[in-house]
Design a protein around this ligand. Structure first.
Ligand SMILES: C[S@@+](CC[C@H](N)C(=O)[O-])C[C@H]1O[C@@H](n2cnc3c(N)ncnc32)[C@H](O)[C@@H]1O
Length: 240
């Protein structure tokens, strides 16, 4: 790792107001290197420049720390892909217990290698569709937080995620800046699934015009057992 790369990381962590130990910085560098290496053979990310990966993947994943405190919590990341936002969250929250879920096995294999190489504990990668894991008693209504970035529209995603959240826990999807229409289209789905939208904080990534919104959805009631419906249905026929 070069001095310049360390400076880049420091600049963004300062902006996030996160005090990151050297040990964690080394894990971010190792993660970056694995991402670039594995990306030569399997499709993990279109973003490869160091500064861009740090900002658009790592810092963006960590923006949630401005919204909630995640250490010591049980968290599930649905459609994690190459590990976003779950791996960056885990690196800076060593006591959090995290499950990463993706329907593509190649990406799950990559995540298992990352978990080993970075010596992360209390974290697992699971190969499953959200619709299946949501009906599995081991996972259903077990998590303090469900997070998800760039996977589906809010109505569909709510059906993937809210069944996994325990009562009084939160589903917090990462969404783009302009979100009003998506929220209007999902309000009924969120209610049917036992959730209530509490707030929608907005952010702009440092020195860019990239906007990020979080939809903070509290699980107020148990999700009716028919949800999630069978694989494919939540995306083909979103609840409305
Ligand atoms: C666009 S990628 C986003 C990956 C990552 N969250 C990110 O922000 O970089 C969407 C990911 O969701 C996964 N995915 C899509 N539908 C899914 C489902 N129903 N259950 C589990 N994973 C799903 C895909 O395999 C893919 O890895």
């Amino acid at each position: 790792m070069t001095t310049n790369n360390i400076d880049i990381l420091d600049k963004y962590f300062n902006w996030l107001e996160i005090d990151v130990k050297d040990e964690y910085k080394n894990k971010f560098f190792a993660f970056y290197e694995m991402l670039i290496e594995w990306n030569k053979n399997i499709n993990l990310t279109a973003i490869t420049d160091f500064n861009d990966v740090i900002l658009k993947h790592f810092v963006d994943s960590l923006l949630i720390t401005k919204v909630v405190q995640l250490d010591n919590k049980k968290i599930i990341d649905i459609g994690t892909g190459a590990g976003f936002p779950g791996i960056p969250i885990k690196i800076i929250n060593p006591k959090a217990e995290i499950v990463l879920v993706d329907s593509l096995n190649k990406r799950v294999n990559f995540l298992n290698e990352v978990i080993n190489k970075l010596e992360l504990d209390k974290i697992r990668a699971v190969h499953s569709r959200a619709e299946d894991i949501g009906q599995n008693r081991i996972y259903r209504e077990k998590y303090d937080f469900c997070v998800s970035r760039a996977v589906a529209n809010l109505a569909t995603l709510s059906e993937y995620c809210l069944p996994l959240v325990k009562k009084d826990g939160y589903f917090i999807p990462y969404k783009s800046g302009e979100i009003n229409d998506e929220i209007n289209n999902a309000t009924k789905a969120v209610k049917i699934l036992g959730g209530k939208i509490e707030k929608v904080p907005h952010f702009t990534l440092l020195d860019t015009d990239i906007n990020r919104s979080f939809v903070v959805i509290k699980k107020e009631k148990k999700t009716p057992s028919i949800y999630p419906r069978k694989a494919g249905k939540p995306s083909k026929e979103p609840l409305s």
